[in-house]
Every structure is written in structure tokens, then in C-alpha cells.
Design a protein around this ligand. Structure first.
Ligand SMILES: *[C@@H]1O[C@H](CO)[C@@H](O)[C@H](O)[C@H]1NC(C)=O
Ligand SMILES: *[C@@H]1O[C@H](CO)[C@@H](O)[C@H](O)[C@H]1NC(C)=O
Length: 478
């Protein structure tokens, strides 16, 4: 038998782990979570098998799951249960819904061609025959519908000043060693688009950016019936960050350090332990985002991250050890909200509500060594905050170099990329970005609007509203 260590996935494959994890929701998961039953739902001529009901959540959550599958809005769903029609706020325990039961739903799907009250209807959400008609009617629809994955990504990354200045010093003419032309072009286009966003009060059409993105990553040029398809924002984010990590290198340092790595890099160190042989080794890896895994017992970002960093690996071997984290200035958290459904060949969405904080403390996830390093700056931060309230400092003032800002392990939310709709490849993406003055702006298409902080925290899912897909946090330094 091969030693376990060689079978271990590296951390970067967390989202793949998620798909196999979801696809094979094993009986053990059910034992662990008695609040889960799996039913099938018959609707018109179709039957949807294996739908999970989280009975700790009100039935309206189940209805939004059905909405993503059928397109029938929750308020129009009639689902037959013991005692009549399922009410949004009924108590599951009184309804006697059993594992494996077949439920019946009546209701008609959204009327597609109703005039949108607000916000566009997306071409790719329409039945094929109507896509053409829609195109004929309103050219704006096509433009609007199919690049919001890119817009929202650009808007969120544009909120990072250090990235802007790194791009500003990127030269049109100098292409680094081993950098291909398409990556170079994409970097220049990103720089120019950011520049335009800064200079213009009017909407910018990031056409050139789009073209270079499609040159470098042809998957974003996929078409269906001659219409460009909606794409996954997370893929766009990841590819763009990856490209920039290849091109934005500071030539001055030796070996050339990646500027993206300094800004966004997260080093993971896993202690890998083989129970059988007693072998132990350290595996290091650098990633650009942390994944928040949404399973049935995850209600909060913190828990989802823990899952990502710990329990998935524990699945492979109970004595695997643990993973610790080294972070840098910006922390990107992705909510793994989509998983691949083999039956429908589609990325299906997980609607579960997962709260995330405005202030994220990653101390618990850090290696012991890093925890040590964080202690002094954290004390300084606490003292500084206490001083604001007129309390005396507890720790002694740090002797460290005055001007060197230190990380504290505390991160502040600065941007959220949300998704609304049925699958990653359809629906609508929007960027929500915090401004220097503390205000939040929702960038929905060409129409930015001011939002309150409470509204940002309401993007946590569980219903049919925009829900967080990627969160960007910035380090609080002292
Ligand atoms: C890069 O941009 C240049 C100038 O716009 C263009 O001529 C060239 O075809 C582009 N190359 C690639 C691979 O995208
Ligand atoms: C993308 O952003 C530009 C500029 O804000 C805007 O004109 C365009 O409508 C947006 N498109 C989408 C799909 O959001």
C-alpha cells in the first residue's frame, strides 16, 4: 500500500475537494447532522432527486433551493406536505418529512419576458429562442448581461491602492523574462482600465480589457447562439490575479519578488502525519485566496475557513495534523458556493447563509511561530484602541522600528463580490466596495449607488438576494 503522504492533495485543490465532498455527501455526514434530510421533488414532468432539506432552517430556505432548480419563485411554489401546503415559516419537525420522501411541487416558473422593474434580465437566463429576440430588442442587454463577472472583479480589485501603484510602474515596453505577450497585454489593459476608472466620473467601457482577457483566456470567449456566455467571476478573479502575479515582479530584489505575492499571498504550512509509519513532514504552499467551505454546520466564515484548513484533510487521515497560515496584506476569501452537478452538467449553487464579519481575526489559524510574532503588534493595537477610549496602556511600548508597519492578524473587509441567480454561469455579479471615507458603493453595472454598512452584512446568503462569493479583507497594521 502506498504511504498516505503521497496521496495527499495539496491545499490548492480545496475547491475540488469540495465538489467530491458535495457529490458524495456520505452517510456519516447525515449521522453527524440529524437536521438534514434528503428528499426528491417532482415538478411538472421533472423529478429532482437528492435535494437536502436543512431542517434547522425555515422552509423558505428549501424553497429558494427549489427556485434555483426550477425557476419557480418561492412565493409561487405550492409544495404538498402533511397537513396541506408548506408554509414559509412552518416548523419542519411537525411536518414529518422523511428522508427519501418524494414531495410534489406545483407552480410556474418566472415569466421570462416581463419588463425588469430594476436591473437587467440576462440573455443567458432566457430560453434559447428568446435570446435572439432579446438581442434584437435591446443591444444594451447583451452588453450588460454577460460581462458583469468581469466588471465586478475589476471593481473589487480596483479598491486596492497598492495594486494600482504596482500597475502604474508597469511599463508598456518592457516584458519580463518568460512573460508571454498575452499576459503582458492583459497587465497593460488592467493598468489602463484602472487609470480610466480613476479619471472618469462617467462609466467606462472596459472593451480593450475584455478583448485581452479573452485572448489570454479563451474560455471567457465561449459563445452560445452567437452570444458571449456569462462566466464565473471567481475564475476571472483567479486568472487575473495569477496573470498579474506573473507579470508584476519587482526587478530590484533578488530573486525578483512577486508584488502580488507580497500583497495577496497566503502561505500555508501543513504538518502531514502518516499514522501508519509515524512519518511526519511539512508541506508548504502559497495561495492567493482562502476558501470558505460551506457545509451543513457552517454558519459563519470562521467555521468555513476552519473546515477548509482542517477537517477536509482529516477526512483523508484522522491523525493528519494541522495546517497553519501566514498571511500578508490582503486576504481574499472565496465562499465555495458552487459545486459541479454531474447530472445537469452545471455548477449548482449553495444558498446557505454564512455570516462574515467586517473585521476578521485570523490569529487562530496561524502557526505557533506566527502567533508569537503577532503578539506584540496585537498588544500595541489594543493599547492604541484603549487609548482612544481614555484607558491606560497595558503593554510596554514596542521597541521595534518606528516606521515599519506590522501585521496584527486582524483584517478589515474592504470589498465584496456577490452573486445573484441560479448558477455560476448565469445570474448577475455585483461588486461592493468600501471607499476611503468609510462609505460603501455598490457597483451594479454602470450605476454606482451608496450603501450602508448593515446592507453589506446582509449579503450573507440564505435567500434569493445577492450573496457574497468573494470577500476581500485588508490587513490592519500598526
Ligand atoms: C498584444 O497587443 C499588441 C498591441 O496592441 C497586439 O498587436 C498583439 O497582437 C497582442 N498580442 C496578444 C498575444 O494578445
Ligand atoms: C461594466 O462596467 C461599465 C462601467 O462601469 C458599465 O458601463 C457596464 O455597463 C458594465 N457592465 C456590466 C455587465 O456590469
Amino acid at each position: 500500500m502506498a504511504p498516505i503522504t503521497s496521496l495527499l492533495p495539496k491545499f490548492i485543490s480545496l475547491s475540488m475537494l469540495m465538489s467530491s465532498y458535495m457529490a458524495s455527501l456520505s452517510p456519516t455526514v447525515k449521522v453527524l447532522h440529524p437536521s438534514l434530510s434528503t428528499v426528491s421533488v417532482k415538478w411538472q414532468k421533472e423529478t429532482f432527486p437528492g435535494i437536502e432539506i436543512d431542517t434547522s432552517q425555515p422552509p423558505v430556505v428549501f424553497k429558494t433551493q427549489l427556485y434555483t432548480l426550477t425557476g419557480v419563485p418561492p412565493e409561487r411554489q405550492k409544495i404538498m406536505v402533511k397537513g396541506g401546503i408548506l408554509k414559509d415559516d412552518a416548523d419542519w419537525s411537525t411536518l414529518g418529512v422523511k428522508d427519501g420522501q418524494k414531495l410534489m411541487m406545483i407552480g410556474t416558473a418566472d415569466e421570462i419576458v416581463k419588463a425588469p422593474e430594476k436591473g437587467p434580465v440576462f440573455v443567458e437566463d432566457l430560453p434559447e429562442e428568446e435570446q435572439v429576440v432579446a438581442l434584437g430588442h435591446s443591444a444594451g442587454l447583451y452588453n450588460l448581461g454577460n460581462t458583469c463577472y468581469m466588471n465586478s472583479t475589476l471593481q473589487c480589485l480596483h479598491s486596492v491602492p497598492e495594486l494600482k501603484s504596482a500597475l502604474l510602474s508597469y511599463s508598456d515596453n518592457v516584458r519580463g523574462n518568460g512573460v508571454d505577450q498575452a499576459s503582458h497585454n492583459l497587465t497593460v489593459a488592467t493598468r489602463n482600465t484602472f487609470g480610466e476608472l480613476d479619471q472618469s466620473v462617467r462609466p467606462v467601457a472596459p472593451l480593450l480589457f475584455l478583448q485581452t482577457l479573452r485572448k489570454k483566456y479563451p474560455q471567457f470567449a465561449q459563445q452560445q447562439n452567437n452570444v458571449y456566455m456569462q462566466q464565473d467571476a471567481e475564475e476571472c478573479w483567479t486568472q487575473l490575479v495569477y496573470t498579474l502575479s506573473q507579470t508584476l515582479t519587482s526587478e530590484t530584489s533578488e530573486p525578483p519578488a512577486g508584488q502580488m505575492k507580497e500583497l495577496f499571498g497566503i502561505d500555508l504550512v501543513s504538518r502531514v502525519h502518516c499514522a501508519e509509519s509515524g512519518e511526519e513532514s511539512l508541506e508548504r504552499e502559497s495561495v492567493y485566496s482562502l476558501k470558505c467551505h460551506i457545509s451543513h454546520d457552517v454558519n459563519h466564515l470562521h467555521e468555513g475557513l476552519k473546515h477548509g484548513l482542517k477537517s477536509e484533510l482529516e477526512k483523508a487521515s484522522p491523525s493528519l495534523g494541522r495546517t497553519a497560515l501566514y498571511t500578508r496584506e490582503y486576504l481574499t476569501v472565496q465562499f465555495v458556493r458552487f459545486f459541479w452537478k454531474r447530472e445537469s452538467n452545471q455548477k449548482a449553487k449553495i444558498l446557505r447563509k454564512v455570516d462574515y464579519p467586517l473585521e476578521l481575526d485570523v490569529y487562530d489559524f496561524c502557526s505557533d511561530e506566527l502567533k508569537q510574532k503577532l503578539q506584540a503588534p496585537r498588544q500595541m493595537l489594543r493599547d492604541a484602541e484603549n487609548a482612544k477610549f481614555g484607558l491606560k496602556a497595558q503593554g510596554k511600548a514596542s521597541s521595534s522600528k518606528e516606521n515599519e508597519k506590522q501585521l496584527t492578524g486582524i483584517y478589515d473587509l474592504i470589498a465584496v463580490l456577490t452573486h445573484k441567480g441560479r448558477s455560476a454561469d448565469s445570474g448577475h455579479y455585483v461588486g461592493w466596495v468600501k471607499q476611503d471615507d468609510g462609505k460603501w458603493i455598490e457597483f451594479d453595472d454602470d450605476n454606482p449607488s451608496i450603501r450602508k454598512e448593515e446592507e453589506i452584512l446582509k449579503l450573507s446568503g440564505g435567500g434569493d438576494w445577492h450573496m457574497a462569493y468573494i470577500c476581500l479583507y485588508k490587513a490592519r497594521v500598526i
